[in-house]
Design a protein around this ligand. Structure first.
Ligand code: GTP
Ligand code: MG
Length: 174
């Protein structure tokens, strides 16, 4: 039996926690230190006996974004991330979503498996958040009912649940 590989692309502004979420999911590790991703890094994680998940963690900083169209076309699902404490990271979601669809050009954009993660909910016990859960859910509804999870890569809150959800959606989309 051959291994089935599914590819996940993680997109979002610099510093929202894309690398941290991936490291928490795959390695169960968190680092307080920020090290910008350059271009893209990947890791794989086995989901079931004959399936694994290849995750591309991409650079949020524009000067490090040098990904070709083929890179986007290879994605089976796309994980959008913003920081609930930074309004700009929420405002740019439209761009990330549009840019992905433009580059990946999937046959049916309305059913392409996206997921949205609102990260860093641990900060200041939630007192510094500027994007409400309601607002995020409205955005998801407007984009065709994208599943939404609030996460903390630091406290490992909802990280497994979010990645499992997108994996399942990708599997169901075949
Ligand atoms: P780029 O690679 O530049 O696109 O950034 P990124 O989205 O990969 O962000 P990264 O995971 O490197 O995290 C940026 C900073 O936020 C780091 O200092 C992390 O330790 C911190 N961070 C990430 N997730 C969380 C979280 O859930 N809670 C808290 N408190 N800090 C977090
Ligand atoms: Mg990174």
């Amino acid at each position: 039996m051959s291994l089935r590989r599914r590819t996940l692309l993680i997109l979002g502004d610099s510093g929202v926690g894309k690398t941290s979420l991936m490291n928490q999911y795959v390695h169960k590790k968190f680092s307080q230190q920020y090290k910008a991703t350059i271009g893209a890094d990947f890791v794989t994680k086995e989901l079931q006996i004959d399936e694994f998940f290849l995750t591309w963690d991409t650079a949020g900083q524009e000067r490090f974004q040098s990904l070709g169209v083929a890179f986007y076309r290879g994605a089976d699902c796309c994980d959008l991330v913003y920081d609930v404490n930074v309004m700009r990271s929420f405002d740019t979601l439209d761009n990330w979503h549009e840019e992905f669809l433009k580059q990946a050009n999937p046959p049916d954009p309305s059913s392409f498996p996206f997921i949205l993660l609102g990260n860093k909910i641990d900060i200041d016990g939630g007192n510094s958040r500027v994007v409400s859960e309601k607002k995020a859910r409205e955005w998801c509804a407007a984009k065709g009912n994208i599943p939404y999870f609030e996460t903390s890569a630091k406290e490992d809150h909802n990280v497994d649940a979010a990645f499992l959800s997108i994996a399942r959606t990708a599997m169901a989309n075949e």
